[in-house]
Design a protein around this ligand. Sequence first.
Ligand SMILES: [Zn+2]
Length: 312
Amino acid sequence: MIDRRQFLRMGATAVSMGVLSRALRAANADRPAYVDMHTHIGTYTNGNKELTAADLLKWMDEHHIEKAIVLPLVSPESTTYLQTPEFVLRETKPHRDRLIPFCSLDPRAHLSGGQEGINGIIKKYVEQGAHGFGEHKVGLDIDDPLMLRIYEGCSEAGIPLLFHMDNIRGKDKPGLPGLERVLSAFPKLNFIGHGPGFWASISGDVDQKGLGGYPTGPVAPGGALDRLMAKYSNLFCDLSAGSGSNAISRDLAFGKEFLIRNQDRICFGTDYLQPGQEVPQFQVFEEQLELPANVFAKIARGNALRLVERPA
Ligand SMILES: [Zn+2]
């Protein structure tokens, strides 16, 4: 048996990176299996690429992922083909030991029902098996009065909320003052941050345009994420998608320290949503970062499991 370091020294010249990654994952089999905080099923934007629950489970088996959170998408700005909570609850039902459904609701729907109506809808989804709310990816400001109704409903139901932030969905300003307002207004609600606007805020020098993109280069100190993570115990981070992996890999030294500093509230995630999709997180975690084993275990699975435990 060769260990990971010996394998890395062999280099990628003899074997393709894909083969290297698979071999490394096999070498990592003694590591705890992942819980993926962020996946989707159904069709996303490419009508020819559908991902079924069976496809997702097969991919999870290949990548040492024990469980995955499956997120619906219901807002018109969120994707081309909507993925309703009813679909996600139904498709995950035979696999609830591994696929953990969340629910979703656009706050611009059900306006006539008011706050009570929204609370009732969310409560019903929880009774049907939803362990959380999201992906909350709505074309409004993160602290829009309509968004507050959703936060109130989730807080009432005792489930976490996973949100997407960029310059179109869940919008905010550099420094994330809107997110800070909602974190302080809903102290019992666990917010799980994701998306370009959220992750670009790891750096203190991000401008409005940067909140919609994938800034590269060294992270400047004074970022909103460290500040908010230190101040609000109800903020969590979802490392999924290009935004999450880029935030860590753009400055690996800072990224590693950020993960260690905030090790109790960061969750591994991929945003896997269509067959054949490249997922950079495996390389970042298994080949680029050398996290202490206890930190890896928390980020890879422990934090997510703690978050999605159902209220008693
Ligand atoms: Zn997503």
